[in-house]
Design a protein around this ligand. Sequence first.
Ligand SMILES: [Zn+2]
Length: 313
Amino acid sequence: MGLTIGVDIGGTKIAAGVVDEEGSILATCKVPTPDTPEGVIDAIADAVRTVSEGFEVEAVGIGAAGYVDDKRATVLFAPNINWRHEALKDKVEQRVGLPVVVENDANAAAWGEYRFGAGQGHDDVICITLGTGLGGGIIIGNKLRRGRFGVAAEFGHIRVVPDGLLCGCGSQGCWEQYASGRALVRYARQRAQATPENAEILLSLGDGTPEGIEGKHISDAARQGDPVAIDSFRELARWAGAGLADLASLFDPSAFIVGGGVSDEGDLVLDPIRKSFRRWLVGGQWRPHAQVLAAQLGGKAGLVGAADLARQG
Ligand SMILES: [Zn+2]
């Protein structure tokens, strides 16, 4: 099979791209994400038609946040769009006249990294995506493992703190409350409140108040040596690395890939994650250690992965 299209449905934008067998993106287009479920389907169809102009395209892969059923056809539940048992595959196929595969967005990103990014050469890879929340993907024996009902690898909602912080999912103490972009902002605000003298650079980048601190300020401040910003990354990394050690007990992969906006900081966040991983890895002195790698494809991983999954059929 030659060219396929990958579609990445984000909270604000829908991106579609024509992708070849090497994982290269030949053309892209972006449209705003509409408010209504039907509007989103129309927008996907429009984006697919626009981007495919001039190309012979054979299939479409769609990455969507939420639970996707084991047939890779129906979005059972989406957190950001009002989709409940939405027959996305059928509806988009009717509009674009091409075979469609629907995949969870974190699974699609994991597959993209495994095929064309940091996971190349590994057979067993576990991916985590540190974005607003924490997503995951499991590749064992060169296969994407989706579970019996299609909803595996929701690592972000593993409960790591009994009776811990309330999570958007309704549970308490979920991993993503401690290891995610949102958690990073919370750490920085709390620390800036407690010790503003250690957060002068960080506070100067926002509106001067702890509440005004946002993710991009923390990255910039950490690079300029701001103690609170650096410490906030370390706290995030401590939780992320400890969780990876638990995942090593479950899956024993040869590599973990850390993606998402937070991982754009590279070794600033990866090195403390590796340190925490080694600290918490059970029997660490007597076993081989999985590598902890930064994702390589950035925000394109989901689109490229979805396109490749559509190619695989
Ligand atoms: Zn949760």
